[in-house]
Ligand binder design. Structure first.
Ligand SMILES: Cc1cc2nc3c(=O)[nH]c(=O)nc-3n(C[C@H](O)[C@H](O)[C@H](O)COP(=O)(O)OP(=O)(O)OC[C@H]3O[C@@H](n4cnc5c(N)ncnc54)[C@H](O)[C@@H]3O)c2cc1C
Length: 439
């Protein structure tokens, strides 16, 4: 460490629930935080969820107070649509260069009125809705976005691609459209860093045996969350993508790409047993005469009230659990045929379903590896961040002053993520307390 007094200010990378929790804990203790998020708005995956197990709380309702608090906190410098370019220095004195992507909208002038999005003529599939539903070329991720400021997708924008249109500019009441905006760079000095970069889902296209990427009515579990969500593309009505019909028979397939060392990923994704039970329950709440089937290898529902929750799916909602693996999924007419084995009865099972929902493996985000390299911290062969000691130091990285929060280290549900993030924040605060306040 240099002779200069260490800086009691933290950088948090990633503003999902983990990054937001860590940032709020540090900021509420009286220290400044720079919170960097790659996407235009904060909330991460939790913002995409409908309701949460085992309480069935509305995800957006419990998340929004946090996103608003982060957005307004005078000790949090929120940099969305931004990425860390480089990091140098050491604990107490990290120097960070952050790239702020051009939004092509002057966010100081923009009031978030949404007229630009209404008037934009170009529609593209919405990533936030997992491809079910569309967004405009100028867009916010969701109606509850924090900050509620749009960005222009250059690749989709007619003006950027063909030199004409300018509809957003024409109708913007505050002249906030700025086609000539460029990326900007921000330099920050911080004493400690929290990495909270979260998880991805194993791609449907990697699982052709389940019809992934081939059959339109085979979707992943996050897409189903969007179908269940009141703010989703169908306003919470369960409709299948191919023809908008209400599916009367839905097959959920757990461990899709997990626990499959030969073909896919060896690990258990830990949260899928619970969220699949939740999705089957919510499906039955929406479609009273619908039948849900769940293929499982075994049920891993460790957690307070979790086993009872899966029992509720079976007993109260008549969800049929089939112990066994699915061998084939293919389209036949307007049905999705699911062939599998029920290893408890020893019978082959064939279901003519209307919709198939895969619970894909939870995997690390590819960009986390690059960030880890920049920080000089370890990732394992799959790309998960590695804590200094899995037993006694679950939030410490191998590098002094760099801490880990949330699902960047492996699959976790929301309560575990929040606890892990608060643990990381506590370690940052321990350092700051040692250094003394006032920098
Ligand atoms: C289908 C499904 C249903 C679920 N349902 C439930 C449920 O009912 N109850 C429950 O408890 N859990 C549920 N979960 C789990 C829940 O989603 C996670 O526990 C939680 O969202 C993890 O939050 P996180 O902050 O760790 O990660 P994320 O939400 O992934 O957030 C990480 C953030 O970091 C940003 N980021 C990534 N890399 C960078 C970078 N290099 N620079 C800047 N920013 C970056 C990302 O854009 C993102 O905003 C479900 C998961 C799935 C897949």
């Amino acid at each position: 460490m240099t002779d200069q007094k260490p800086i009691s200010r933290a950088l948090v990378v990633g503003a999902g629930i983990a990054g937001m929790q860590a940032a709020l804990d540090i900021a509420n203790a009286g220290y400044d935080v720079v919170l960097v998020e790659r996407l235009p708005s904060i909330g991460g995956r939790m913002a995409q969820l409908s309701e949460t197990f085992p309480t069935l709380d509305c995800s957006q309702c419990i998340l929004t107070p946090r996103t608003v608090e982060v957005g307004h906190h005078d000790r949090i410098r929120l940099l969305t649509y931004s990425e860390v370019e480089s990091i140098s220095g050491e604990v107490g004195h990290f120097r960070v260069r952050i790239r702020r992507h051009a939004a092509y909208v002057d966010w100081d002038k923009c009031t978030g009125c949404g007229i630009c999005q209404e008037k934009c003529p170009k529609k593209v599939p919405a990533e936030f809705q997992r491809g079910i539903g569309v967004r405009k070329a100028i867009y916010t991720l969701s109606p509850q976005a924090v900050p509620n400021k749009p960005v222009i997708d250059r690749e989709a924008c007619i003006f950027f691609q063909r030199g004409k249109c300018r509809a957003c500019e024409k109708f913007c009441p505050t002249q906030a459209i700025a086609y000539d905006q460029e990326d900007t760079f921000i330099e920050e000095e911080v004493g400690a860093i929290v990495v909270a970069t979260g998880y991805d889902l194993y791609g449907l296209d990697k699982m052709p045996e389940y019809g992934g990427g081939q059959v339109p009515d085979v979707i992943d579990a996050l897409a189903f969350e969007r179908l269940l969500s009141a703010s989703g593309p169908t306003s919470g009505k369960v409709r299948r993508p191919s023809d908008g019909k209400v599916p009367k028979e839905v097959v959920f397939i757990q461990c899709a790409g997990s626990r499959s060392p030969e073909r896919h990923n060896p690990h258990c994704s830990k949260i899928c047993c619970m969220y699949t039970a939740k999705q089957a329950i919510l499906y039955r709440h929406r479609v009273h005469d619908g039948q849900a089937y769940i293929f499982y290898i075994d049920i891993r529902a460790g957690g307070k009230g979790y086993d009872e929750f899966t029992q509720r799916a079976m007993e109260e909602e008549r969800v049929i659990y089939l112990r066994g693996k699915v061998s084939r999924v293919f389209r036949e007419g307007d049905r999705v045929m699911v062939f599998g084995a029920d290893t408890l009865s020893g019978r082959q099972v064939r279901i003519a379903a209307d919709l198939v929902v895969l619970a894909p493996a939870i995997i690390p985000r590819p960009t986390t590896r690059r960030l880890a390299e920049m920080l000089g911290i370890e990732v394992d062969s799959a790309g998960w961040l590695v804590s200094a000691d899995g037993n006694m130091q679950p939030v410490e990285s191998g590098r002094e002053g760099v801490f880990l929060a949330g699902t960047g280290i492996g699959p976790m549900d929301i309560p575990e993520t929040v606890a892990h993030a608060s643990g990381a924040a506590a370690k940052v605060l321990e350092l700051f307390a040692q250094w003394g306040k006032g920098t």
